[in-house]
Ligand binder design. Structure first.
Ligand code: ZN
Length: 160
């Protein structure tokens, strides 16, 4: 995906649905990530926005955005897919450790401890239920953790 430091083309729609957004929000619109505040778009975020992008292209970008803005349970579902991907990537990145032995240090994949996995899950779930998304009061942290765990075994969430 390409990343542009500018507002998304559908800013008016987003502004009407989500007034008072905090700084640093980024938006997928088709195959572009709009990053108006120029934040550091780390790989985990690119993966998140790529999930939105693939699903937007499938449904029609403007149709996706229209439903995203007006249908809170559907929005939760779309964000769940993207946060599951974030969780999967975060697990992968965390499981690669720098091992120093004889010779030069090398990267090795290690088994994550349960506590590490729990922390990564909690971080993803907290992001999923962030007030920014405005799902209403029914989306709780515990439910988000369960939903992410359930879907994370599905592999490629863009195919769901
Ligand atoms: Zn998202």
């Amino acid at each position: 995906m390409r990343i542009l430091t500018q507002q998304p083309p559908n800013l008016a729609l987003i502004e009407a649905a989500f007034p008072g957004r905090p700084a640093g929000v980024i938006y997928a619109y088709g195959q572009t990530i709009y990053n108006p505040d120029g934040i550091n778009v780390i790989p985990m975020l690119v993966e998140h926005e790529t999930v939105h992008s693939v699903r937007q292209e499938r449904l029609g970008v403007d149709q996706w955005w229209a439903r995203y803005c007006e249908d809170a349970p559907w929005r939760y579902r779309e964000e769940l897919y993207a946060h599951v991907r974030e969780y999967q990537v975060a697990l992968q990145l965390a499981s690669v450790k720098l091992v120093k032995g004889q010779g030069s240090p090398r990267l090795e994949r290690v088994q994550l401890r349960a506590a590490e996995r729990k922390l990564i899950l909690a971080r993803s779930a907290r992001r999923l239920v962030a007030p920014l998304y405005g799902y209403g009061p029914e989306r709780h942290f515990e439910r988000a953790k369960r939903d992410i765990m359930e879907l994370s075994v599905c592999g490629d969430v863009t195919m769901l």
